[in-house]
Design a protein around this ligand. Sequence first.
Ligand code: NAD
Length: 349
Amino acid sequence: MGHCDKNQSQPWLFHLLPAASINIDGNQSGFYALERFIQTFLALHKYKMKNIAIIGTGNMGAPMSVNLSEAGFTVNAYDLVTEKLDALTPHGINKCSSHEEAIRNADIILTMLPSGDEVKDVYYRHVSQSGDTKSLLVDSSTIDLMDAKEIHSAMKAKGFSMLDAPVSGGTIGAANGALTFMVGGDPNDMKDASVIFDVMGKTTIHCGLGGMGQAAKMCNNMMLGIQMASVAEGFKLAQHCGLSDEKLFDVATQSSGNCFSLTTFCPIPGIVATSPSSNGYQPGFSTELMLKDMGLALNAANNAGLKLQTAITAKEIYQAFSDQGNDHKDFSAIFTSLQSSLNARTGEE
Ligand code: NAD
């Protein structure tokens, strides 16, 4: 038995068999699963990247780990919260009792952590000290751009290869293996890591040197945050003018106002059945995470000497909404706070 407490001695091929039997159900998604299974089989064989250490098995890291395990990788996972690891062992994931145990013999070390502080802690205190430079490092957390660049340089100086590979797609994308990876670092390292990106996601884009994955993620999410504020205000103005929500939706989705915040995350309940607003504003993408990402973007803007006025205003809207105790509501719920402001001004209930 190896260093982790389960499945360590089983050959990697063993893990492929249950993956096939779980996923292949004879319908269209079964064929898709079969295709992925074959691709993963070939990729595993080609790159020999079989042992994956995952540090951070929270809302995102847990489903990402499950997909990797079910695709046939040996997954050694560690999280500060032991219960999060217990939930993963039925999926064939090895529960490790320390960072060191998880990263031992890893072909790829994947981190999915809350912020730059935790990422620095894991790489500087654990991976640098007891990791093997043969392990390829992949940080998929969303962190500050300066932190990402600093960690890249520090780990490179220690002889490691590293990618920053933050994701878009949220917990649903993670569960469905449908994330988008935005990757910074050496393209050859990305090619090696694509064996796991292809399992966890559907799109991988190389964005440039180390840190450029974080730059892409930050700019995209800043655009999204501003976009949602504009869609919410569009509906608010329409209501004030006597135009129905449905008519504005019909017109804007066929016109130049069309965007993701309208079609997929429409902030008005009952228009798009699958939007968080139609589900009591359950996230989706939480206000807390949007606020974090707007902060990362404005921090980078400050460092670059840029004043991004619409982003500053949008962040103030999310901050005020968060201060009212709405961190865990979907970010589209800012629409309800615009409503309150209007009511407050006009004296309506
Ligand atoms: P989460 O808080 O659910 O999970 C983070 C996990 O890291 C926790 O289980 C925590 O116990 C663990 N952890 C913290 N410090 C650790 C350490 N030093 N060693 C080991 N484990 C440690 O967060 P999440 O929602 O999974 O998000 C992870 C990252 O992905 C964040 O950077 C977030 O911004 C980003 N992200 C999240 C989403 C989303 O929808 N949740 C979408 C895209 C990107």
